[in-house]
Design a protein around this ligand. Sequence first.
Ligand SMILES: [Cu+2]
Length: 149
Amino acid sequence: MIRTAFLLALATIVSAVEISGAFARATAPGQGAAGVFMTVKNPSDQPVEVTGATSSRAGRVELHRTETGADGVKRMVHQPSITIPAKGQVVLAPGGLHVMLLDLTAPLTEGSTIDLDVTLGDGTKVTTPVIVKWAGATDATAEKPSCCP
Ligand SMILES: [Cu+2]
């Protein structure tokens, strides 16, 4: 019985995507939203749709893409889903695709870790910790410059 449960758990992991390097940026008091960035890898031979996400730290969560309009102004466009190609990956990074935390329950503090459940097209949820970096961080492993705030 225990063995069966273990095999089922393993099967679930294999069918899901792999999320790495998830990070957000520290927010100022009163800031209601924050982007979350990560690499989503799909080891399977079928494309996988990311359809949304949830976090205990946000009232709601959307998928966004930052685009620069013809007027040169950057704006965020809501995405109904993000397709992760078979045997491929999609990088969510500042200036492009991101998961948007909205209605933050409290400011995100540098050095803390928050929870995120990413929802896939088949209803599977993939949980990832999200490291909160300083406000200008560009990736999850970057060291904060000692010179500048
Ligand atoms: Cu956004």
